[in-house]
Design a protein around this ligand. Structure first.
Ligand code: F42
Length: 144
């Protein structure tokens, strides 16, 4: 398994990750004044480390990862990475810990969707923009 880190090909995301890495704090960046968290995971094909900032959606120490990709027609690649290997490192502020991702559906998804839109209202617009149902995963603490 590789320990190589491959940065995001998207410039604005890469810059946010660089800022988080330089400061050691996810609070050094934001989107529309809303906080973000950062997930570090393995690439499904390369096995390399991938760092993915997402909006901060938290409830009782559990976080949600919303695979919105700005309402793009296709799922983000990181979603496929987490289905293949749900183990990740989650960073919020200066804290980071191991977590396991689990995709949710039904009432559980509906409840987290409400929390997600409360944390970041544009998620509702992204869902309007795309035909796919935007996946929601919970990130539960632990090695799994
Ligand atoms: N994206 C969201 O979906 N939801 C959010 O809440 C969100 C918030 C957010 C906040 C700050 C910020 O800076 C970015 C934010 N983003 C959010 C954007 C997010 O960080 C991702 O950039 C976006 O979701 C797109 O994810 P993606 O995984 O599709 O990214 C593409 C551009 C990407 O990195 N592609 C890589 C590439 O090289 O083309 C692939 C990386 C990869 O994991 N490759 C795998 C591997 O094995 O290494 C291969 C996997 C395969 O199946 O091919």
């Amino acid at each position: 398994m590789s320990d190589d880190y491959i940065p995001s090909p998207t410039e604005w995301v890469r810059k946010q990750v660089e800022t988080i890495e330089r400061t050691g704090d996810t609070r050094s960046v934001n989107i529309m004044d809303r906080p973000v968290v950062m997930l570090t995971m393995r690439g499904r094909k390369t096995g390399a480390l991938r760092k993915v900032p997402l909006m901060r959606v938290e409830h009782d120490g559990v976080y949600a990862a919303v695979a919105s990709k700005g309402g793009a027609p296709e799922h983000p690649v990181w979603y496929g990475n987490l289905l293949a290997d749900p183990h990740l490192t989650l960073q919020d502020g200066t804290d980071s810990w191991p977590a396991v991702a689990r995709e949710i559906d039904g009432d559980e998804r509906a409840q987290w969707w409400e929390r997600s839109v409360a944390a970041y209202p544009p998620y509702a617009d992204y869902q309007e923009k795309t035909d796919r149902l935007i996946p929601v995963l919970v990130l539960e603490p632990g090695e799994g």
